[in-house]
Design a protein around this ligand. Structure first.
Ligand SMILES: Cc1ncc(COP(=O)(O)O)c(C=O)c1O
Ligand SMILES: N[C@@H](CCCC[NH3+])C(=O)O
Length: 444
């Protein structure tokens, strides 16, 4: 079992996170419960920042808020001096409401609406990451209308296939994101370069997510350096910024072998230096957008185990009080997770089981075939590395309320997202008067 951050087994044989016994968290907040380790989050952010600082080069580390976006998280990101990557009006609104400095916000998305672009221009965000020609037209006209000049990076797909699940690859040519190298990207650059209202800062690429191997990055950087040279020669500009996206992998299960944050950053910077100098160019300011590698391992989900079903010679299912609604990643990407019985951490008798959720869906599984300390109803199951793309991708399928989220640190636990209630579930429902009247008629 890989226990990251402040997770440890305490003297009661319970899982402890941030100095708080997880069985106490369950008594207090109930299950399912997302638990975030503040110390671990801050440490990861600092490791990114400090490694860049050690090179003495200009940089920006923008936390990719799609991994997990709440107001409290925006406060932590600001406190640690990172920038913020948002991909929707909802994420932008969250950041603005949390008082996040808008000049450190970068706005992504392959189909930004007029309302989203307007909101971002009014908020004077740091930069748009422009994805397509339609968006360039929209930004141009809204910026002119508001008489505000905006900064932009152009997103390109460098034609690199990262070694990860095909649904989370994004840098290959057949992708819905960005402009393909070279022609489409060059035409977009020309257009933005001539624009009166958009200031072209550079290009952005993102090759995928949960990547362990830096070879894909290296290849993409080599292509990007060649492309910066081409742009330099054709348009006579030395673009000041390059954005390498996110994608740095983390531990989900024992076999995973991610690099350390330091190693990821060092490899990235070295490769930028090598390829840009080789092209006879100055090193541009490097921006990155890590999400999972900051928040993923710092999250743990606590569930209560309920029913079980044993199919002799096939498998034993144990069911928890959550599932694909709070963590759709197993169903979507065949993602693998590690887990433990939080109230009996040291194994006395192990049993291989598969962990099912409670949704009315056969694919609602959290973990297939895991060895646990003989789970029984009432035990607390802790699933690790659920900080990224769990709450942010959660749904109310089957009208199941979303869990609460707590931030733990130095023996204290604070609620940062309150548990949804059944009243929350029906709050957006509207019943037309006509239907109410009909009901009375039928019943009468
Ligand atoms: C453009 C972009 N930037 C950043 C990220 C964050 O990626 P990760 O959470 O893997 O670091 C993603 C998601 O994969 C992305 O699409
Ligand atoms: N949501 C995906 C990663 C893609 C993120 C955004 N490009 C995951 O859970 O792994």
């Amino acid at each position: 079992m890989y226990l990251s951050g402040t997770k440890r087994i305490n003297e009661k044989n319970h899982l402890e996170i941030g100095g708080v016994d997880t069985t106490d968290l369950v008594k207090h907040f109930g299950t399912p419960l997302y638990v975030l380790d503040e110390f671990e989050i801050r440490n990861k952010m600092r490791e990114f920042i400090n490694t860049f600082k050690s090179f003495g080069i200009p940089f920006q580390v923008a936390y990719a808020s799609k991994a997990l976006c709440t107001m409290a998280i925006c406060y932590l990101v600001e406190d640690e001096g990172l920038s913020l990557d948002v991909v929707s009006g909802g994420e932008l609104f969250t950041a603005i409401e949390a008082g996040f400095p808008t000049n450190r916000i970068h706005f992504h998305g392959n189909n930004k609406s007029v309302a989203e672009i307007t909101m971002a221009i009014e908020a004077e965000i740091g930069a748009f990451i422009v994805d397509n020609l339609y968006e360039i037209e929209l930004i141009e006209s809204i910026a002119e209308n508001k008489q505000k000049r905006v900064n932009a990076l152009i997103r390109v797909t460098p034609g690199i296939e990262a070694h990860t699940h095909e649904y989370i690859q994004t840098g290959q040519e057949d992708s819905k994101f960005g402009f393909n190298l070279v022609d489409a990207a060059y035409n977009a650059a020309k257009l933005v370069h001539q624009s009166k209202w958009i200031n072209l800062l550079g290009f952005h690429f993102h090759i995928g997510s949960q990547i362990f191997d830096m070879k894909g990055f290296e290849k993409a950087i080599e292509r990007m350096a060649g492309f910066y040279r081409f742009i330099h020669d054709e348009l006579d500009v030395e673009l000041p910024i390059i954005n390498a996206g996110g994608g740095f992998g983390i531990h989900y299960v024992e076999e995973d072998e991610p690099l350390s944050i330091r190693e990821y950053v060092v490899s990235l910077v070295e490769s930028f230096k090598y390829h840009f100098y080789k092209q006879g160019l100055k090193l541009p300011e490097i921006w990155i957008e890590p999400g999972r590698s900051i928040i993923g391992e710092a999250g743990t989900t606590l569930y209560t185990i309920g029913s079980s079903k044993n199919i002799p010679n096939i498998r034993k299912y144990i069911a928890v009080d959550g599932g694909m609604m709070d963590n759709p990643r197993t169903a979507l990407y065949q993602a693998k997770y590690d887990a433990a019985i939080a109230n009996r951490m040291i194994y006395d008798q192990s049993e291989v089981v598969s962990v099912a959720g409670k949704a009315c869906e056969s694919g609602d599984m959290l973990i297939w075939d895991i060895e646990l300390n003989s789970p029984v109803a009432g035990d607390i199951l802790a699933v690790f590395s659920t900080g990224a793309y769990n709450y942010s991708m959660a749904s109310n399928y089957n009208r199941i309320p979303r869990p609460a989220m707590v931030l733990v640190n130095e023996g204290e636990a604070e609620l940062i997202v309150r548990r949804e209630t059944y009243s929350d579930i029906i709050q957006f429902d509207v019943v037309p008067e006509r239907l109410k009247k009909n009901k009375v008629k039928i019943l009468g």
